[in-house]
Design a protein around this ligand. Structure first.
Ligand code: IMP
Length: 251
């Protein structure tokens, strides 16, 4: 697709064939297509929002159920790389870039369970089952409860650019609530309360109020736009974009 864009930033992917006009970089270039293996429209929208301004066109790669085997490996990185290897076989002819993303909920008092097994755990025991596993960890004091029931959402985005794998990871720390609440989002959102963030977007310790807060509400009880500010997935894409930019600047 031929694009005409005006940028304040210098990125080699955009600069190919570009000229500078009035301080802005005006580029006429073929945008690189990134095929994103996902069945989730929300993930697709997030990736488009992050990678579009860098001159990439994100397209959804939908494959028939069962085409990609969910590997049982120890870390999200390993799972993402293994899925990427499989996905590469389905890269449309002529294109070079393909991306996968993998995420999970890691509960500290359960030694990181469900972690890489999050999808299966959600389908089987679900939110009520996870709360049952933590039922012995309760406190009247909300700060102590948050420490006892600490957890994090984690995500890894993995991109094949035709010659190498580029990884970006993101973490959203928080705690498991004592009850299920809210209808927003998906998966474990109704039982996860993120830690507050400071003015730089960094998480604060339990009990410390930050400039960004859900005020103790779960991800299931806040709008998606609020979840985005804390999101592990957004942080993973940010890290991937930073890595892509630094690599393209060194080329
Ligand atoms: P996936 O790899 O992104 O499909 O995530 C695997 C599982 O982790 C999902 O089926 C959800 O149960 C859980 N999960 C991952 N990210 C989130 C999230 O942002 N909110 C709630 N649950 C999530």
């Amino acid at each position: 697709m031929l694009i005409h864009q005006s940028y304040q930033i210098t990125l080699k992917s955009v600069l190919k064939g570009g000229i500078i006009l009035g301080g802005n970089i005006v580029a006429w270039t073929m945008s690189t297509v990134i095929w994103f293996l996902t069945g989730n429209e929300g993930k697709l929208a997030e990736a488009t929002q992050h990678l579009g301004p860098l001159g990439y066109e994100v397209r959804q790669l939908s494959l028939p159920k069962g085409t990609i085997v969910e590997p049982q490996l120890d870390t999200l990185e390993e799972v993402a790389i293994a899925k990427l290897e499989q996905a590469k076989q389905h890269l449309p002819t002529g294109d070079t870039h393909i991306m996968v993303e993998d995420a999970g909920l890691f509960v500290n008092p359960l030694d990181g369970f469900p972690g890489v097994y999050s999808s299966h755990a959600f389908k089987t025991i679900g939110n009520p089952g996870l709360l049952r596993l933590l039922s012995h960890l309760q406190s009247e004091d909300p700060v102590q409860a948050a420490s006892l029931r600490s957890a994090s959402f984690q995500a890894v985005a993995a991109l094949w650019d035709g010659s190498r794998v580029i990884l970006g990871s993101g973490v959203c720390p928080g705690a498991i609530a004592s009850t299920v609440s809210g209808e927003e989002g998906f998966g474990f959102d109704p039982i996860f309360v993120p830690l507050d963030l400071d003015e730089f977007g960094q998480p604060l310790p339990p009990g410390v109020y930050g400039t960004t807060s859900t005020h103790g509400a779960t991800f299931g009880s806040v709008p998606q736009t609020t979840k985005q500010i804390f999101s592990h997935r957004r942080r993973a894409l940010d890290a991937l974009v930073a890595e892509l930019s630094s690599q393209s600047e060194h080329e």
